[in-house]
Structure formats: structure tokens, C-alpha cells
Ligand binder design. Sequence first.
Ligand SMILES: Cc1cc2nc3c(=O)[nH]c(=O)nc-3n(C[C@H](O)[C@H](O)[C@H](O)COP(=O)(O)OP(=O)(O)OC[C@H]3O[C@@H](n4cnc5c(N)ncnc54)[C@H](O)[C@@H]3O)c2cc1C
Ligand SMILES: NC(=O)c1ccc[n+]([C@@H]2O[C@H](COP(=O)([O-])OP(=O)(O)OC[C@H]3O[C@@H](n4cnc5c(N)ncnc54)[C@H](O)[C@@H]3O)[C@@H](O)[C@H]2O)c1
Length: 484
Amino acid sequence: MEPEAVEREFDVVVIGAGAVGENVADRIVRGGLTAVLVEAELVGGECSYWACMPSKALLRPGTALHGAQTTPGAKEAVTRTLSAAAVLERRNYFTSNWQDDSQVSWVEDTGIELLRGHAWLTGPKSIEVAGLDGNQHLLRARHAVVLATGSTPNTPPIEGLQDVQVWGTREATSAREVPERLTVLGGGVAGTELAQAFARLGSRVTLVARSGLLRNFPEEAATLVAAGLRADGVELRLNSATERISRNDDGTLTVSLADGTSVTAGKVLVSTGRHPALEGLGLESVGFEPDESGHLALSTDTSGLVQGLPGDDPWLYAVGDAAGKNLFTHQGKYEARATGEAIVARAKGELKGTPDDWSRCAQTANQHAVPSVVFTDPELASVGRTVEAARKDGYNASSVELPIQVAGSSLHSENYEGWAQLVVDEDRKVLLGATFAGPDVAELLHAATIAVVGEIPLDRLWHAVPSYPTISEVWLRLLEKYGL
Ligand SMILES: Cc1cc2nc3c(=O)[nH]c(=O)nc-3n(C[C@H](O)[C@H](O)[C@H](O)COP(=O)(O)OP(=O)(O)OC[C@H]3O[C@@H](n4cnc5c(N)ncnc54)[C@H](O)[C@@H]3O)c2cc1C
Ligand SMILES: NC(=O)c1ccc[n+]([C@@H]2O[C@H](COP(=O)([O-])OP(=O)(O)OC[C@H]3O[C@@H](n4cnc5c(N)ncnc54)[C@H](O)[C@@H]3O)[C@@H](O)[C@H]2O)c1
């Protein structure tokens, strides 16, 4: 006879120990409450093992090499190409060889209880866990349950896709070999980054996008990235719908496009977006049903509190990719810090209702200043609103843009090409957004994030003098062009 599962009680149950779940639990125990973190796979989640870290580890050596190759004096010293084996080895190092011991130690040292297994809700504040130890565990949350379950790749409606084996981003980022030919489906951030990474490692890459490349960014910036990919030999098949995928006798995969042409490669990477991982979580037991597409989506307030639950006990939260707002590790961790603070404050009776904007319990930056970097070469870094988004949101917005041509950029590398844009709220004379594209512009971004979050008036920003000779001098040129 199976032993009866024993119910254990914690102040907070966090489902999912990715970067986001870890940060919520950390804030909870720092606030003096108890937390259990339930994880079905590796502690550290997607970012550490199959997303940010391995993809950036695959990209960085190519960027470093290209940096040297475009700097006279250094380029003469570069006589060889990337060592794919060494790059993959370095990637293995950054994923800790897919072992989570160090993150488990951190969890334990922080005072968070870790439970390995698959969790689901059975009712309000009640969770069941199929433990990896073979036992069933029942958990009861005194104050809150946090869904930090991440996201799941979308499966595009392509005929034949279910019958062949393709790569998702997990398989690409953990690849042990570099395929001779690779077809990438999807012109978003993941597809663009991984197309360049594999091209620089030696694959012949074709990227198929049903519309343009990096459509969520200003066109001038995306065009520079497209040129960077083409220079690396990536064939871009833009505005090309994929109709069918089939396996050939030699094991290769042929992707047939709507224009009648086709692309054949040993591997096909499908990177066509992601949706919150909320299926199988027992959300039906607390009243949520999937939409027509079969997906569940939750709406959350600025503290991460799930909206639409019966009663007024604030107990269910969703953060990070699971909340579906901004699919970035840094923003998910920001949400986690705010949610953790809010749960503690509510438990202590210090927070009633919705938190004030810009307070420690609120994710206010989500509405104004989400930074993101596409780690291609050239890089694309942006924060806040594009001019179109600003106008759509009712702002009286203007923009100023320039190619990046300053002393710092010309010293940085030969034929440096970059582009920068500031988006200005004409009523308040503050920045609503900024975009930079070009080699090594990622580190310019935080200055823009500070300016947007701080709502620094432009006539005060004028006094923030960029050092000479740096690429940041483009700030001065942009403000001059604006009229200061
Ligand atoms: C290829 C790629 C590259 C990326 N690069 C970047 C980048 O450079 N910078 C950046 O900011 N973002 C990047 N992202 C996005 C980033 O990876 C995600 O935003 C981030 O991982 C989300 O963290 P999370 O904790 O919300 O989810 P996850 O990291 O997915 O963690 C969720 C965890 O929950 C667990 N889980 C799920 N369901 C259950 C359950 N029922 N019971 C128990 N455990 C469960 C999962 O096993 C998982 O460990 C990238 C994404 C991809 C795909
Ligand atoms: N550097 C970073 O911060 C980084 C890197 C990679 C991924 N990410 C995150 O991971 C998430 C997932 O990345 P992603 O690139 O998969 O998503 P994405 O939303 O950035 O791009 C998805 C792409 O797939 C295309 N697409 C969607 N359905 C399609 C279909 N049926 N057929 C063909 N194309 C289709 C879209 O047009 C789009 O170009 C992103 O939201 C991003 O936030 C971040």
C-alpha cells in the first residue's frame, strides 16, 4: 500500500525555480516568511541552461573575433577562424554542463526549501507535487502561491511539422555539433541570434521569416542587423511563409515555402515565439479555462497578483515568462522582486489593494522602460517606447535619429556602422524610449534606461556629458540634433 502523502504548510509556495522563481523566493525569505520552491527540471531554469547563457556563450567568441578583424593592427594578428570545439566547450562551462548543484546550494544557503517535482494546483492555496523522489507531496500555502513556470515554444501550423524531428531553442543552444546546413524558422530575437551564432561557427544558415527580421524594433536598426547576418553568409528569406516540411531519404529536411521554392538542411530550428507555460497547472481548479487556441493566459496587476479570482484574498501571483508580459530574464527578475515584496507586505498587513506606482511592490517599469538587447553583431539595444508605440499610447511624441558617427565609434573599428534614436515626450520634454544599433552598443543602454525611468528633463540631460572619445558621444549629437 502506498504511504499517504503528508500535507506541509509554508507561507508561500513558488512553482518553478527559474531565475524568476528563485528571486521571488529570495525576497520572501528575506522578508521573514517561509518559502518552498518546486522545480520539475533544473534549478536555474531556461536562462541558465538553454537560453540566455548558452546562446550568449555561443555568440560572444564570434563577436570578439569580428571586433579584432575590423580593427587594423589587430586584424593582422588574426590568422585563423573560430574554433567551434572551443566555443562549444566554453558554452558547456557557462551551463555548468547542465548540472544545477551550485544553484541548489544557493537555494539551500538562502533558507529556501527546495522540492523537486511537478506541481499543480488542486484548489485555492493547495498544491500537489509528483515528486522526483517518487512520492506525492501535498503543500498548503498560508499566504500565496506564485506561478513562475516560464514559457513554452509555440508550434507553428506547418504541414508535416509533427512528423519530423526539428530543433527548438533547447536543442540549438545545447547542440554538441555544428550542423553543416541549418534552416532557422522565425525572424524574432531567438532566431536571429542563433542564426548568426551557427553561421559564425561554420554552418550554412538560411533564415526564413514570414515577415521582416526583428519586426518589433525600428526598421533602420533591424536593417543593420540584417546586413550583419548577410555579411556572415546567412541567407535571409524574408516575407516568406512556410507551407510544409518533409524528411528526405538522406535524413535532411526540406522546408517548402509559399513562393514555390524550398530550403534543405540537416537541421531545422523552429523559433517562432513562446507562450506562458500554464497548461497542466490545475488552473481549472480555481476557475480559469483555456482560450479558443487552447492556451491559458492570466492577467496580473502591477504586483503580479492574478486578476479574476473569486473573493478578495490576494493569494495567486504570476511572474516572469508565466505572466506573459515581457519575456526577458532581467524583467522577470524585476517582477519577482516586486511580487516578493508585495507578498511580504500584504502578509504583514502593510499593503492593502494595489501598490503605488514606482513603489518597491510595483512593477511600474513594465509600462515605461523595458530594456532589451539583441546580442547579434551588430547589437540592437532598446528601451521604452518606439515612436509608433508612444503615439499609439496617446503621447505627443517626436523622435530624433542619427547614424552613429562619432570619434568613439570610428576608433572602435573600421567602417563602424550604427544608428541611434531617441523618442521624446513633447509635452513633458523627457525621454520615452531609445534605440541603439551597432557594434558594442549594449552597454549604452543602461544610461537610456536611467533617463527614461528617471524622467530626466532633456535640458538637464544636456549636462550629462559623454566622455571623449566614446560611442556614447552619440547622446550629445542626438540632443544637438533635437535642438539643445
Ligand atoms: C534562446 C533564448 C535566448 C534568450 N536569451 C535571453 C537573453 O539574452 N536575455 C534575457 O533577458 N532573456 C533571454 N531569453 C528569455 C529568458 O530565457 C526568459 O525570459 C527567462 O528564462 C524566464 O525565466 P522564468 O524563470 O520566468 O522561466 P524559466 O526559466 O522557464 O523557469 C521556469 C521553471 O519552472 C519549471 N516548471 C514549469 N512548470 C512546472 C511545474 N508544474 N512544476 C514544477 N516546476 C515547473 C521549469 O522546469 C523551469 O525550470 C532567452 C530565451 C530564449 C528561448
Ligand atoms: N536577447 C534576448 O533578450 C532574447 C534572446 C532570445 C529570446 N528572447 C526572448 O524569448 C522569446 C522567444 O523568442 P522568439 O524569437 O522565439 O520569439 P519572438 O516573438 O521574438 O519571435 C518570433 C518570430 O516568429 C515568427 N513567427 C511566429 N509564428 C510563425 C509562423 N507560424 N510561421 C513563421 N514564423 C512565425 C514571428 O513573426 C517572429 O518573427 C522572445 O519573446 C524574447 O523576449 C530574448
